[in-house]
Ligand binder design. Structure first.
Ligand SMILES: Nc1ncnc2c1ncn2[C@@H]1O[C@H](COP(=O)(O)OP(=O)(O)O)[C@@H](O)[C@H]1O
Ligand SMILES: [Mg+2]
Length: 260
C-alpha cells in the first residue's frame, strides 16, 4: 500500500517555542475538519504523546523502536484521545538514536523508510521534532514534504531562524529535493505586551508571505490542556487558543488547495 499523505515536519531547534502545542492542536483541528491525521512524536521528551493522553505504559511500540526496525508501522500506530487522530508515541530511548543512527546506512532516511512501509491512508502526517538540528530532526526533514516553523513572539525570535533555514536548505540540496516551506506561525502572542507586537511586525517585515496571518495568542487554557491529556480544542473549544488553531488549520487547508 502506498500512502498519499502529505508529511509536515514541525521544526525549530529552540525549545519552548510551541512545536508540540502546534503539532497537537493543528493535528486535532485538521482531524476535526474530516482529515485523517497521524501525529509522529519524534521528540524523546514525549510531550505530544502525553498531551494526547498516551499513558507511558502504552508506549512499548514507539517511534524509537519504529526507526530501529523492532516494530512495524501498524504496530506503532495508536489511536489518540481525539477521534480520527492517530499517534506514534515517543519514549526517552529515542534520544539514543541521535548517536546510534550515525553508524547506520541511510541514517538520514530511517523515519522515511519506516513510514513508507505499509502505512494506512492518511491525509496528513505531522512530525513533532525535538529542539535540536541533529539527526532526529534531519530524519524528519528527509521524510517531510513541508516544514512548518513555530516562532515565539519574543526578543530572540529571529535568532536561530537563519540556522534552521540553512539546515532546511542543506537537506533540500543533498537529501530531499522536494522539501519546501509550509509556513511560519507566530506563537504565544501577548496583546498586552508591546514587545509581542514589535516582534510580530519585524518577523512579517523580514519573512513576508511565509508568515501565516493567524497568530496564536498566549492563553492559559492552551498550557493547561496537556495536563489533562487533551489537545486544547478538546479541553475548551471556545477559548482564544483553540479558535486560533482552528483558524490556522483553515489557513493551512486553503494553502493546500492552492498548491494543487
Ligand atoms: N499559546 C500558548 N499559550 C500559553 N502557553 C503556551 C502556548 N503555546 C505553548 N505554550 C506552553 O509553552 C510551553 C512550551 O510549548 P511547547 O509546545 O511544548 O514547545 P516546544 O515543543 O517547542 O518545546 C508549554 O508549557 C506549553 O504548554
Ligand atoms: Mg516539544
Amino acid at each position: 500500500m502506498t500512502s498519499t499523505a502529505r508529511i509536515i515536519a514541525i521544526a525549530n531547534q529552540k525549545g519552548g517555542v510551541g512545536k508540540t502545542t502546534t503539532s497537537v492542536n493543528l493535528a486535532t483541528a485538521l482531524s476535526a475538519c474530516g482529515r485523517r491525521v497521524l501525529l509522529v512524536d519524534f521528540d524523546p521528551q514525549g510531550n505530544a504523546s502525553t498531551g494526547l493522553g498516551i499513558n507511558p505504559k502504552d508506549r512499548q511500540a514507539n517511534s524509537y523502536r519504529l526507526i530501529t526496525g523492532e516494530v512495524g508501522i501498524l504496530e506503532a500506530i495508536k489511536p489518540s484521545s481525539v477521534p480520527s487522530l492517530d499517534i506514534i508515541a515517543a519514549v526517552v530511548d529515542l534520544s539514543a538514536a541521535e548517536v546510534e543512527l550515525t553508524a547506520v546506512d541511510r541514517r538520514e532516511f530511517q523515519l522515511l523508510d519506516a513510514l513508507k512501509l505499509g502505512i494506512p491512508n492518511y491525509d496528513y502526517i505531522i512530525i513533532d521534532c525535538p529542539p535540536s538540528l541533529g539527526l532526529l530532526t534531519v530524519n524528519a526533514l528527509c521524510a517531510a514534504n513541508r516544514v512548518l516553523v513555530p516562532l515565539q513572539c519574543e526578543f530572540y525570535a529571529l535568532e536561530g531562524l537563519s540556522q534552521l533555514m540553512r539546515t532546511i536548505e542543506t537537506v533540500r540540496a543533498g537529501l530531499n529535493p522536494d522539501l519546501a516551506m509550509q509556513g511560519i506561525v507566530l506563537t504565544m502572542y501577548d496583546s498586552r505586551n508591546k514587545l509581542s507586537e514589535q516582534v510580530a511586525g519585524d518577523v512579517r517585515q523580514h519573512l513576508g508571505d511565509m508568515v501565516y496571518d493567524t497568530v496564536i495568542p498566549r492563553n492559559v487554557r492552551v498550557s493547561e490542556a496537556p495536563s489533562f491529556g487533551q489537545s486544547v480544542l478538546m479541553y475548551d473549544l471556545h477559548c482564544a487558543g483553540s479558535q486560533a488553531y482552528v483558524a490556522l488549520a483553515a489557513e493551512f487547508l486553503n494553502q493546500e488547495k492552492e498548491a494543487f
